[in-house]
Design a protein around this ligand. Structure first.
Ligand code: PLP
Length: 369
């Protein structure tokens, strides 16, 4: 896999570090581009809010044409429902026992929320949680090759039948082609797998007399190629900011990466390395895709590798004898995987033309359950 060419964004003047900032022009372009594509294909876009966790960004996605939001947890659903988003899909096989059952019921009584299922037991627990209230819509999750959650596509019918028997409304089927992240060469096949699995699952539901209205696919790498009939909906999330791994997997160019972390060089005391004040608590610790070295990249220092992360230290190695930044210099850092990075920052600086023009909160930050 190719390493990234250096294309360094300008670090906004006078920022305290470590601070995450977003380039507003790029965020707007990312939202508009994928929405335009989905519109052209006649496929609904339901962006996954786990990437931005921000009401402001969700509002912009909705204004641009998103039909609703995808969320990964009840906590995210509660934040967005509280902010006026009334069409949510919890794309997760929620176990609705105990406190979660009560929380789901509260949400279900306030907004339209559909939930993922991949077992009869899970479906019955959902049904118990909303008993006495109106019917809860569910989508059967099918595994398209990522081997995480979801039943085999041909089993969608029997599960749909069990859900209906439990008193739930089966809206359709969904899948997440997470195996696209095996590398750029895996993306096209993963997208085909998503389409085929949904097709098979829809047929299995029809064989049980259940007409699926939603066939929902989704990941940032596959969103473009799986946006075709019979798929009715796409759920990408990461596309809004992008990151180094999206560049490596070929879903965007470096010029589309919209979120960076500003970090100050705090030590150059040892040969062959320098240290920045962004560690694991500012950058997260996701590996680079396909064995790309380092926990992040420094666009202005393309040969540097963010080799080790402690809580507040990032150890960056450089080839022996090569130049290094000065202590006190502020650098832009491009995260490998933007979603956990966003979760570490309470606010993001919003930058246009090198100037901070706003600050956006990440209201759903750390709502991991
Ligand atoms: N849908 C589901 C169920 C997911 O788990 C994810 C990501 O983890 C997405 C959609 C969005 O995918 P991406 O992060 O590639 O944009």
């Amino acid at each position: 896999m190719e390493e990234l060419p250096g294309l360094a964004p300008t670090v906004p003047e006078g920022v305290d570090t470590p601070t995450a900032w977003i380039e507003l022009d790029r965020v707007e372009a990312n939202i508009a581009r994928l929405q335009g594509f989905a519109d052209e294909r006649g496929v609904a876009l339901r962006p996954h809010a786990k990437t931005h966790k921000s009401v402001e960004v969700a509002q912009r996605q909705r204004t641009t044409g998103a039909v609703g939001l995808t969320v990964g947890t009840l906590g995210e659903a509660e934040v967005f429902a509280g902010a006026g988003f009334d069409d949510l899909f919890l794309a997760y096989t929620l176990w609705a026992g105990g406190a979660k059952g009560a929380r789901l019921r509260g949400l279900h009584e306030a907004v339209r929320i559909a939930v993922g299922i991949d077992s009869g037991e899970g479906a019955r627990a959902l049904s118990d949680a909303v008993r006495g209230s109106r019917t809860l819509p569910v989508l059967v999750e099918v595994d398209s090759g990522g081997r995480r959650t979801g039943v085999q596509p041909q089993r969608a019918g029997e599960l749909g039948r069990a859900a209906q028997d439990a008193g739930l409304e089966v809206l359709g089927v969904f899948t997440h082609g997470g195996h696209a992240y095996r590398g750029a060469e895996a993306v096209a096949d993963a997208a085909d797998d998503e389409v085929r699995s949904l097709e098979t699952a829809a047929a299995a539901l029809r064989a049980e007399g259940i007409e699926p209205r939603v066939l929902s696919a989704g990941s940032t790498p596959t969103a473009r190629s799986s946006a075709r009939a019979p798929v009715t909906e796409e759920r990408p999330g990461t596309y809004v900011y992008n990151d180094r791994n999206q560049v490596l997997v070929g879903s965007c160019g470096v010029e589309d990466v919209a979120l960076f972390v500003a970090a100050t060089v705090v030590s150059v005391s040892l040969d062959g390395q320098f240290v920045i004040d962004a560690g694991a608590k500012a950058l997260a610790r996701d590996p680079g895709l396909g064995g790309a070295p380092g926990y992040a990249s420094l666009p202005a220092w393309p040969d540097a590798v963010v080799e080790r992360l402690n809580d507040y230290h990032g150890m960056v190695s450089v080839p022996a004898g090569s130049p290094r930044p000065r202590v006190g210099e502020v650098l832009a850092v491009m995260p490998n995987h933007v979603c956990p990075v966003v979760d570490l920052h309470e606010t993001l600086l919003v930058v246009r033309d090198g100037r901070v023009v706003d600050r956006w909160r990440t209201e759903a930050r750390s709502r991991s359950g």
